[in-house]
Design a protein around this ligand. Sequence first.
Ligand code: FAD
Length: 335
Amino acid sequence: ATLTAARASTTTTPALRRLLSALAVLEQRDGQLSTGSLSAVTAAQRLGGTVHAFVAGSNIQAAAGQAAKVAGVDKVIAVDNGAYDRGLPENFAPLLVENIKKGGYTHVIAGTTAFGKNVLPRVAALLDSQQISDITAIQDDKTFVRPIYAGNAIATVESADPIKVITVRGTAFAAPPTEGGSATIEAGADPNADTATAEWVSENLAKSDRPDLATAGRVVSGGRGLKSKEEFDRIMLPLADSLGAAVGASRAAVDSGYADNSLQVGQTGKVVAPQLYVAVGISGAIQHLAGMKDSKVIAAINKDADAPIFQVADVGLVGDLFEKVPELTEKLSKA
Ligand code: FAD
């Protein structure tokens, strides 16, 4: 890929579009399609050619059926094998490569999720392609836009590889409707049914009844200003519940043990773009802003009027969070 100046519009011709075929790699868990992975379908559609969706795992019919209903999907390729349940890259990458070669795809697209970041680089290596990561826009079939340096610069990259392997930033490609499609479902090739080299042993998941951080419409995040895990929970959780919001945290809060690692927002955490983002006791370091500055409305509560978070905030409240947040929570709960 080479860096080029930004181009204004798509240059894909109708004849070329007919030759484009994209494989959107979807994620599923326990038979339930992950809506967070559907951004891959939206990106695939923007290329203008055929769109196939790929799902794999045990009892895959349910997830395949859901994928078939997603608007814009022409065909679903499904592989029914428990070896692919948890998206282990050692098993999933050869599976994808086999199906990519079989289907003759020009583009392979997944979300910039833990799964996408884990599996697609292996796929790219096996195909001898250079991966194009975390794109936010498509200019034409070989030209893509992606943020670099924690979003401080935008690169437009052009790829000459015959098969483009791409991960997409979910906040830049809204998920398509999950109803209205009527794709056919086809069984895909399964190269390593009996020779899977990696086996899933166990996982410890942080369980929460609150909305999923990556896709929530509202997010309340706490920072080092919360001072301790006890205070983080006491102040932030009721605020989240009063707004029906997901809970996020700055890296300083995570590193200090106030919040779980899975809640980190920012350059090395999750990238979110909810309707409302409330930053509590967060200074607004560029690495944090990289994960939330595209939120529609940003509200900040900080005792330091010069905190950089106020430069990106639409609404700001200068004051002691231990006083202001419980007051706000009470008002919201009554509203
Ligand atoms: P601080 O910067 O310490 O800010 C705390 C704020 O709380 C201050 O503004 C203070 O005024 C306010 N405050 C304190 N007490 C109160 C009170 N009683 N009432 C109201 N306000 C109060 N950071 C991330 O968040 N996400 C990332 O993904 C991330 N990735 C990184 C990657 C790299 C390579 C590096 C070098 C850094 C990364 N960081 C990331 C860290 C980042 O640089 C900052 O250190 C971090 O975001 C600071 O967190 P904070 O705002 O909670 O803490």
